[in-house]
Design a binder for this molecule. Sequence first.
Ligand SMILES: CC(C)(COP(=O)(O)OP(=O)(O)OC[C@H]1O[C@@H](n2cnc3c(N)ncnc32)[C@H](O)[C@@H]1OP(=O)(O)O)[C@@H](O)C(=O)NCCC(=O)NCCS
Length: 196
Amino acid sequence: MFPKHFRTARAILRPVSEEDALPFFEGHAQDADVTRYLTWRPHSTLQDTRDYVRACVHSQSSCTYAITDPVEGAVMGVFELRNAGATKLEFGYALARPHWGRGIMTDVLTSVADWALSQPSIWRIGAYVDLENTGSIRVMEKAGFESEGVLRRWLIHPNISEHPRDCAVFAKTRQSQNAPADDTGANVYHRRLTIA
Ligand SMILES: CC(C)(COP(=O)(O)OP(=O)(O)OC[C@H]1O[C@@H](n2cnc3c(N)ncnc32)[C@H](O)[C@@H]1OP(=O)(O)O)[C@@H](O)C(=O)NCCC(=O)NCCS
C-alpha cells in the first residue's frame, strides 16, 4: 500500500535498501544530537545500522524511506511510515545535521500527509513527540498537524532519561465528506465539557 516514491521540491524519498546503512550511519544514526529525542541510542558501529536497515527492508507493517537530495541523490535522512491498524498511519523521521533548517522535513511531511489522507482507507496520520523537541513540534505545526494534547509518561527517550517521558500527540485527520467540519467526536466531546 505504501508508495514507491515521494517527490517534493526539496527531497525525493525512496524505499531504503541495504546499501543505505553506511550513509545512514555516517549521516544521522551515530549522531547524539540527532538521536537525542528518539527512542534509540546512537549507533556505535556500522553493524548496528546494518541490522536496523535490514529490519526496515523486511518489515511487513512499515515502509522506511531514504530522504535523498533531488539533484545529487545523496542520502540526507530517513522517514519511517508505519501502519497503526487498518485506518491510521504513524511516522518517525530524522535528518543529518548539515540538512537541518532548510525546510526539508516540513516539505516531506506535508507531502506524505497529503498522500495519506487521499487514500480512501486512511483517516488519520499522527506521531508522538517529546515535549522538549521544539524543532519537531514546529515541523508538525507547519505541516498542518494539530496537537491533541499530552500523553504523560508515554515514551522512553533513553538519551535523556531511563524513565518514560511526557509526549505531545500530533495528528492530521480526514473529515467525512458530508459531515460539517466541526462534527467530529472530539469537537462534540469538547462542546459537552464546555457546556458542563
Ligand atoms: C526535527 C527535524 C526533523 C527538523 O527538520 P528540518 O528540516 O530542519 O525542519 P524545517 O527546516 O522544516 O523547520 C521547520 C520549522 O522548525 C524550526 N526548527 C527546526 N529545527 C529547530 C530546532 N532545533 N529548534 C527550534 N526550531 C527548529 C524551523 O526554524 C522552522 O520554523 P520557522 O519556519 O518558523 O522558522 C530535524 O531537526 C531532526 O532531524 N532532528 C533530529 C531527529 C528528531 O528529533 N526527529 C523527530 C522525532 S519526533
